[in-house]
Ligand binder design. Sequence first.
Ligand code: HAM
Length: 389
Amino acid sequence: MESIFQEVCSTFAFDEIIFPTIEFAGLYERSVGETSDIVQKEMFTLQTTKEALVLRPEGTASVVRSYIQNKLYVSPNENVKVFYKGSMFRKERPQAGRQREFTQLGVEAIGIDNPFVDVEIISLASQYFKQLGLTGIRLEVNSIGCTTCRTDYKEALLMYLRKLDGLCDLCRSRMIGNPLRTLDCKNLSCQTILTDAPVLSDYLCTPCADDYQCVREGLNLLGIPFTENPRLVRGLDYYAKTVFEFVEDSIGAQSTICGGGKYSGLVEELGGPASSGFGFALGVERLLIAMANQGVLPKEAPVLDYYLIWTNEQTRSIQMKIAQNLRVQGYRVEMEFSPKKLKNQLKVALRKGAKYALILGEDELERGIIQVKDLDASTQEEVLIDQFL
Ligand code: HAM
């Protein structure tokens, strides 16, 4: 799965970035945001005498930190395009599709503020799911506007929320700090109460509305089906304008496989030049559940090409050299290291599903040949040892 992701990223001209597993806690307070679940309760903190370090809960903050610290910015109007893969850590209650250590594959493009960047990156994720053979995966998009339109909207939403009875405790606590988060409350009764809540699309300023229109047109142009979800807000504070998620319903409660969007103020907030970014991350474990449910998981482990069989120290030494040669040529090769009966070695070769057994006994050695046994066809031919050496 990782190598297919790498290949797809490469066709979009993204390069790999590797960042550390631990970062300063402050990085996440300033990026993911103080009102996010991650900062409020999910970070694994390593408290040293001098500073608080955390096991990274996500990758965007690290990429932006690295972008600034290493001055990766090239020139204006050019994107720095990176992808990453690795473990992330969140102190959540584990359940199917939700681990405390999980694997993300992600991309970030930092530099250009243009809705076609959004389209291109969403199409990268879509392309990846296609290559994996995954179907029935829904793309939901929304625009959460810029700080200007969001301020008006937040006021209207807060006014609306204050008049409501029956919101859950979590929504009540989120209401003041970040009222938008009430919109993606998973509680069914809150969802029902909030049906008539004002929607952000009615409050988008003209540039944000135009931007969102371009994103929708771009997705249509590339034939990427999507639905608009005016409730989609995402749980991290750094987003602006386009946000999106890929959802696969068979997974259950944790049905979001991939999420991302645009961040406008983040680079500046962390001390870099004003630049816009866009990216996403997908959860490999959730993807695996979806692929298993859809029956598209690759079933077979890679095949063993050769299993090398020997009978004494001399033939073992020759087989060790042959193994080395074959591996240099890219074949998957295995052999036994301690003495075993020829028959038993052959059984192991069959059990491991090797394509060929190379048999070198004393008799073969004397004749300068090796028996190449095709284990599928049950045929055998003699080849000169020298050819393998
Ligand atoms: P996120 O929505 O927090 O976004 O995580 C992205 C994906 O990681 C989720 O859709 C899910 O598949 C997976 N994931 C998250 N938490 C868990 C967990 N506890 N167990 C298993 N899988 C999980 C971000 O992390 C942003 N950094 C994405 C982004 C990149 N936005 C812009 N650039």
